[in-house]
Write a new protein. Sequence first.
Length: 433
Amino acid sequence: MDRDLVALLGFIAMFALMALRVPIGVAMGIAGVGGFAVLTSAPTALNLLSNVPLSVLTDYNLSVIPMFILMGAFASHSGMSTELFHAGRTWLGHRRGGLALAAIAACGGFSAINGSSVATAATMTQVALPEMRRAGYEPGFSAGLIAAGGTLGIMIPPSVIFVLYGIMTETDISKLFAAGVVPGLLAVALYCLVVQFTGWRRPESMPRGALHSWRERFASLKALWAVLLLFVFVLGGIYGGIFTVQEAAGVGAVGTLLIGMARGRLKWPQIRAALVDALRVSSAIMLIVMGAYLFGYFLTITQFTQKAVEFLTHLPIGPYGVLALVMVGYFILGAVMDELAMILLTVPIVFPAMMQLGFDPIWFGVIIVMAVTFGMICPPVGMNVFVINSIARDVSLGRIYRGTMPFIAVDIVRLVILCAFPILSLWLPGTLD
């Protein structure tokens, strides 16, 4: 059978299974193994199925993922996210939209010790959304804001997506982490502008809160030492050459556990709950990685990847035209796939093409992460939106999606800025040379 036709049928089968609500990792695995069997033989495909899961689960480089997830779980169950939001509320709550600004700041701070977008959105929904609703904030906008703030979890280091991208492309992960800092801070600033603009246009949707004394404000900062210590210790250890990224992830997880126990915030029930949460999230991620690897082997044997790279590099629209086309493709994929699947499925195809077109691998990593964040909050799949809806059942998906629209608009602006000024992403990594 023609290999191009088999590749096309493989994609159709994969998306059909996803439409039937088969888990993404399983859908990719079934399509990959089935296609591999068609082109080789059933025993060969089954041998692939037996080897790939073992190789994924024993890959030392991938061990960084469950460790950073565990670090975030310990941080969440020890109340660090609550402390971040409380500090932001104390300093900003008296302003128009102050609680919304505090929620954004807390999302950014929590992202610095948690590498998952979904975990950030889920945690801040439980911490910030009830407070905003009690203060009279419009529920749809509040939920949309938290969904957008959750995307900071995969931009501000440490980031699971940057780790996967670095492993797949053999790019320095520590430099990728550094490259995400300025774009992450830019996102925080733009989200704050959205809040300020919305408060100016519709002041009734964002009432002012109580004014706290300076003593209360400075007192709220005392509780943030644990977050700051973890951030400096983990990332400082990486950039100072003390730890590898894998070692830093393990040290960060253990350090978060010890700090939580020393403060009396992590007792056995909280530790057990954090371990269960981390296991669930890590298992889901590893299942997607396995499925993507299986589907990747299938694409390799069809030579689809090589043909796609040749097609992209020979388009008569110039490098930035190809980049724009790739971004449009990510926006479309974001409507039906989560960010992990998109990265694992597309990077082997688009990365070689982008390198041949002369783009910097670290800068392109930031652009890729920016592109996949759209899928986290865009209809109809937006994972962050579904997570928030599962917690706040009375806020409909439609209202949350409407709440995300202003933040999607400024994310597009941020993407254009980063494409026009690559130095924003490359300046900090350049200082590590």
